[in-house]
Ligand binder design. Structure first.
Ligand SMILES: [Zn+2]
Length: 234
């Protein structure tokens, strides 16, 4: 299968679903990553938005190597994301480019602005994926993907419907996350906990629900013709 993870910022994919992506990659599935922004305000240390984006895209490309993923950057401004015809078209093209069987993205109830908009707009374009007359640069999808929403920071406002046991991929997940070196200083602006510690605690918390050391939680997106097939999760 082709698995597409759509994040808002470099580090989102590693933080929220790398344990699951590593399992998919190990099982021989192809991994694709799309980011709606390059996180170009995510540093108070690096000078200038262009340089921040350059550093963070390079970090994302390094992390993507752990799943052999192809990466597509949509390069909208960080914290400036809004639903628009341009964003819809870019997301339709990204999903078609990946020929996605499974899409993983942000939960629309995530109150981080870019996360909320990314997750919301991905859901809004689902019915446009097979349309020949949709404004897009890639040919329509012939098949129906399943869309799953990943967790939120600290699990705020999120109740998983299904859990993926990531006990055997958690350490590689945390290594992938640690490749986002620029984000350790940035995250300390908000919280007295590192990115990797936060991710480990959230994984351990979700693991409690299924009596395993670590898990990632997901919810399924539902609309006519696009009921989630939970059996597609690893
Ligand atoms: Zn983010």
């Amino acid at each position: 299968m082709n698995i597409l993870a759509i994040g808002s910022h470099p580090d989102d994919v590693e933080f929220y679903c790398a344990g699951t992506l590593l399992k998919y990659a190990r099982d021989g599935h192809r991994i694709f990553i799309t980011l709606t922004t390059s996180g170009n305000i995510g540093s108070n240390v690096i000078e200038g938005r262009e340089e921040i984006a350059r550093v963070r895209e390079a970090e994302q490309l390094e992390a993507a190597k752990l799943y052999g993923a192809q990466v597509r950057f949509l390069r909208n401004d960080d914290e400036g994301l809004q639903d628009s015809p341009g964003l819809r078209r870019a997301l339709i093209d990204a999903i078609r480019w990946a020929q996605a069987d499974v899409i993983l993205t942000h939960f629309p109830g995530d109150t981080s602005t870019d996360h909320n908009v990314t997750g919301t707009v991905v859901g809004r374009v689902m019915l446009s994926l097979p349309g020949k007359n949709v404004a897009a640069g890639e040919p329509p999808l012939a098949k129906t993907p399943s869309l799953f929403y990943w967790d939120t920071g600290a699990g705020v406002h999120f109740e998983p419907e299904v859990y993926v046991d990531i006990s055997d991929t958690i350490e590689t997940k945390l290594k992938a996350l640690a490749l986002h070196k620029s984000q350790f200083a940035w995250m300390s602006t908000f919280q007295g906990i590192s990115l990797t510690e936060h991710s480990r605690i959230l994984g351990a918390f979700r693991g409690l629900a299924i009596n395993r050391p670590y898990a990632e939680g997901f919810r399924g997106y539902r609309i006519h013709g696009y009921m989630p097939d939970f059996k597609l999760l690893p």
